[in-house]
Design a binder for this molecule. Structure first.
Ligand SMILES: NC(=O)c1ccc[n+]([C@@H]2O[C@H](COP(=O)([O-])OP(=O)(O)OC[C@H]3O[C@@H](n4cnc5c(N)ncnc54)[C@H](OP(=O)(O)O)[C@@H]3O)[C@@H](O)[C@H]2O)c1
Length: 275
C-alpha cells in the first residue's frame, strides 16, 4: 500500500499532506484547525510572517489532539535572519504558539545572514527544541552554498510549485541530495484549477481538479500543504490516495508549466542564487 508519510533524512516520519495557514487568522484559525484535525490532518504549516502563530497555538490547545500527535512547522522571516536576532525570534514563535518545541523550523528565504542563521537552527536542533530543520525557497544554487557550510543537511525545501510553475530542476536537486521537496501554493492559490487539461483529467478520474493537482504532486515525490478554511475542501484535499494518474497523464501535466511564478517574491531574491 502507498505510504501517506515520508521519512525525512533524520529518520522522522511526516505526513505527505499537511494544511497551510497563510492568511488564516483570529477565530478562523481555531475553526480551521478544528475541522482539519477532524478531517484527519495532523500537520500544520505556519510562519511568524503570517501573524497567526498565537491563533494557531490557541487552535492546537483547543483541538483535542495530544501535542505529540501533531506536527507543527513555523519559519523565521528573512529580516530576522541577521544581527544576532535568530534565536530570540525562534523563542518568540515558540511562545506565540504556546509550545515547548517545534517539529519543523525553516529559514523562510535564502536572504539575510543565511549561514549564520542555519548555525542557530542547528544549535536549536541539537538542543532538542526543533525536531527537524529546513529551508524555503532555496534554489539549487542557494542549497549548494548552504550545504558547503552546514553540519546538518536541510530535511525539507519548501518551494513554490504548482501546474503553471512546476520547478522541476529544484525538485530534482532536492531529491538528489536527500532533501524532501515540498510544494507551497500547491494549488496555485486555486486560480488555475479551471485549466482545460485539469478539467479533462478530473472528468477521467472522477475527481476534482484540486485532487488531480495534489495527486500529481504526490506522484512526483513532493509533499504538499494546501490551504483551505472550508471543511469540505480540507477533506477533498486529503482524499487523494485511491487513484493514480497514468504516466501519460503525468507527462501531459508538464505542458502546463509556464516556468514563471505569478506570486510576489522579496525584491532581493534571485532565482540564480545571486545576491
Ligand atoms: N514558504 C513560503 O514562502 C510560502 C509561501 C506561500 C505559502 N506558503 C505555505 O503554503 C500554504 C499553501 O499555499 P497557499 O495558501 O498560498 O495556496 P494554495 O494552497 O495553493 O491555495 C489555497 C487557495 O485555494 C483554495 N482551495 C483550497 N482547496 C481547494 C479545493 N479543493 N478546490 C478549490 N479551491 C481550493 C483556498 O480557498 P479556501 O481557503 O477558501 O478553501 C485558497 O484560496 C500556505 O497556506 C502556507 O502555509 C509558504
Amino acid at each position: 500500500m502507498e505510504s501517506r508519510t515520508i521519512k525525512l533524512n533524520n529518520g522522522i516520519e511526516i505526513d505527505r499532506v499537511g494544511l497551510g495557514f497563510w492568511e488564516v487568522r483570529g477565530a478562523e484559525a481555531e475553526k480551521t484547525l478544528a475541522s482539519a484535525v477532524e478531517a484527519g490532518y495532523r500537520r500544520i504549516d505556519t510562519a511568524m510572517y503570517y501573524h497567526n502563530e498565537e491563533d494557531v497555538g490557541a487552535g492546537i490547545r483547543a483541538c483535542g489532539i495530544p501535542r505529540k500527535e501533531l506536527f507543527v512547522a513555523s519559519k523565521i522571516w528573512y529580516t530576522d535572519m541577521c544581527g544576532g536576532r535568530q534565536e530570540e525570534t525562534f523563542y518568540k514563535s515558540l511562545e506565540a504558539l504556546g509550545l515547548d518545541y517545534i517539529d519543523l523550523y525553516y529559514l523562510h528565504w535564502p536572504l539575510g545572514e543565511v549561514t549564520e542563521s542555519w548555525k542557530v537552527l542547528e544549535r536549536l536542533y541539537e538542543a532538542g527544541k526543533i525536531r527537524a530543520i529546513g529551508v524555503c525557497n532555496f534554489q539549487p544554487a542557494h542549497l549548494q552554498r548552504l550545504l558547503a557550510k552546514a553540519n546538518v543537511c536541510p530535511a525539507v525545501d519548501q518551494i513554490e510549485s504548482n501546474p503553471c510553475f512546476q520547478q522541476p530542476q529544484a525538485v530534482a536537486f532536492c531529491q538528489k541530495e536527500g532533501i524532501v521537496p515540498e510544494a507551497w501554493g500547491p494549488l496555485g492559490k486555486g486560480k488555475d484549477l479551471g485549466e482545460p487539461l485539469l478539467l479533462e483529467l478530473a472528468a477521467k478520474y472522477e475527481k476534482t481538479p484540486a485532487q488531480i493537482v495534489l495527486r500529481w504532486h504526490l506522484q512526483r515525490g513532493l509533499t504538499v500543504i494546501p490551504k483551505s478554511v472550508h471543511p469540505e475542501r480540507q477533506r477533498q484535499n486529503l482524499d487523494v490516495w485511491d487513484f493514480t494518474l497514468e504516466e501519460a497523464d503525468m507527462e501531459k501535466m508538464c505542458t502546463l508549466d509556464t516556468g514563471k511564478s505569478k506570486r510576489g517574491y522579496p525584491a532581493e531574491f534571485r532565482f540564480d542564487g545571486g545576491m
